[in-house]
Design a protein around this ligand. Sequence first.
Ligand SMILES: *[C@@H]1O[C@H](CO)[C@@H](O)[C@H](O)[C@H]1NC(C)=O
Ligand SMILES: [Cu+2]
Length: 360
Amino acid sequence: MHINALLFLALAGLTQLCSGHMHLHYPPTLKGENNPFTQGESDPYLNYNYGCCGREVPGPCKGHLDLVDTNEGKPVVTWSPGQKVNFTLSGSSTTDVKGGTHYGGSCSVGFSTDKGKSFKVATTWNGDCPHREGSIDPSTQSFDFTIPADLPSGDRTIFAWTWVNREKEFNMNCAVVTIAGSDGSQDPGGQPASSSAASKPSPTSSTVPKQSSAAPSQPLKSQSPEPPLQPTQTQPSSAQPTNSAQYTLEGCTCSCPYQTWSSACSCFECKSPTTKRHLIERKVLELHKRHVQNAEKLNVPVRRAEAVAWNSRPDMLLSIDFPGASCHSKGNPFELEFPDPGPDVVAGDGEYELATPDCT
Ligand SMILES: *[C@@H]1O[C@H](CO)[C@@H](O)[C@H](O)[C@H]1NC(C)=O
Ligand SMILES: [Cu+2]
């Protein structure tokens, strides 16, 4: 009796290790319950980690790649290169294996532009994915990332999400998306030129950030309706991509990244200690946005250059932590450190030490 009780507890503990998982909720996955193009029954096993619960290990995208070119594979969202977007995760379940966040893990998202033959990494989260503080409710599990600015356009591009948790469970779900336009403008050719474009500064002063550092003595007048857009300095490089522009405003030197121009600039070396730096940072961001938009209109190639070209990004790690996989993560108490995370990495919260997997 005593032994049986212990055995029972041990088994209960074991099953709890695999008591449930998460799946991609938004954008809606192939065969997802919330995908408007799903026909017939949705896949009740989207939550399951690969090899879970006596099920055969499916191919990429939970085995649903055959739907990509069918009516069930119609794109569920249109995203633009360079756009800041998000995905969400859910632990909702229609089986008796209930969902669970497993208090984190590591995630990676990427795209296939060849119908699932290859997947390249867009952004990697080393730890704290799903969010530890969140629940199985997708409203608590939203992750921002930026579509690589040079991701090719496509009607049926496959967005993929992968997850490896400390229980060494691997899951992968996919959604079909359309990649079109650039950063908000679906069709740059079809847009009427904005009237303000004519009053913008001349191309020579507005398009190419100057390489010289001789200009930082000229504060830009923020009161003028159209302040001259004058990035004064960029990273000194010729072959290297240009990843930030520098501006001088009200005695501060400010740096704005091209790739994430919509989020923030940082100012430093402000001449007066009483300068309200955060206000200047906001003004500079407006300048920077206009600079980037101008460059866009004039088709200047330097804007938001990617540190790594799309074609040179690493392949997503898809063979891990299932029977027959070529890699195995170290598991508890470590969280996976993706060995080839690509250029866009979100650092975790450090609650668990990171470890790379063992691969054969
Ligand atoms: C995620 O993106 C959707 C669609 O663009 C947007 O409506 C939503 O506000 C975003 N969520 C968060 C948390 O940023
Ligand atoms: Cu699980």
